[in-house]
Design a protein around this ligand. Structure first.
Ligand code: ARG
Length: 255
């Protein structure tokens, strides 16, 4: 072999090794799951006061899913109506945020299997004895969160004035401050609020307005990630981990 050939071969081996290193690193970085959530939705996702960490049922669930997938979840705070845009812009890999699986959203994104059965409920101030059901909301002032299924439901109330807010705590505060007559919001969130604050100011009224299932959103066509998420979730449901997380946040409440 000529010296030239030896050098060339050596160069080739070296560059293959270098390329190998590079892609290895990239693969590892890719593995971090970029997760978006709107942490205004206790007990699903909210900011713990002391630690400033994002906690809740969904935070535990997504961390467990990531672990099952052999990776880690990196969580960013994105407002609820910014979740789908963040996905479409490829800023995140997935969104988990009490997002109801709806046909309208399925036009834009794909959903994992459902992980929580929910529904919409009405909350009013305790002294209000006039509003007892959805039909009593006609002509009233109602607060909801922007971009939610509650906002869609509120648009069907005849002659109502609907006020939309960015964050769920703002919606509830508006009711307490007498800015509106009622709030429409997901039942488990209203229940958790009542149970943890022990407030006597507001109460739940009427029946559930809907039955809704929460799913994890990924970009449309991201089959690989969707399959990994669904598989991880199957595993967590089978091995008792899902039940453990469920019990931690909802006690013995029915599923
Ligand atoms: N489930 C409702 C919806 O999908 C409300 C979700 C609100 N989530 C939140 N993190 N604030 O429209």
């Amino acid at each position: 072999m000529s010296l030239k050939k030896v050098l060339l071969t050596a160069l080739l081996v070296l560059s293959v090794a270098l390329v190998g290193c590079g892609s290895d690193k990239a693969a590892k970085q890719d593995k971090v799951l970029k997760v978006a959530t709107s942490p205004d939705f206790a007990p699903f996702a909210f900011t713990e006061e002391k630690s400033k960490e994002y906690v809740g049922f969904e935070m535990d669930l997504i961390k467990a899913i990531a672990k099952q997938m052999g990776t880690k979840a990196e969580i960013s705070n994105i407002s609820f109506d910014g979740l789908i845009p963040a996905l479409l812009a490829n800023n995140v890999d997935l969104a988990i945020s009490g997002v109801t699986i709806t046909p309208e959203r399925q036009q834009k994104v794909d959903f994992s299997q459902a992980y929580y059965r929910s529904g919409l409920s009405i909350m009013v101030r305790t002294e209000n004895n006039e509003i007892k059901s959805f039909k009593d909301l006609a002509g009233k002032k109602v607060a909801v969160q922007i971009g939610t299924s509650s906002a869609t439901a509120a648009k069907n109330i005849p002659n109502a004035t609907v006020r939309e807010f960015n964050l769920v705590p703002e919606v509830v505060m508006e009711l307490q401050n007498k800015g509106v007559d009622a709030v429409i919001n997901d039942l488990p969130v209203n229940q958790y609020f009542l149970a943890t604050t022990k407030t006597k100011d507001v109460k739940l009224v009427g029946e559930l307005l809907s039955t809704e299932d929460y799913g994890i959103m990924v970009n449309k066509g991201n089959k690989k990630l969707l399959e990994q998420i669904n598989k991880a979730m199957d595993e967590l449901k089978k091995n008792g981990e899902y039940d453990k997380i469920y019990k931690k946040w909802f006690g013995e409440l029915k599923k």
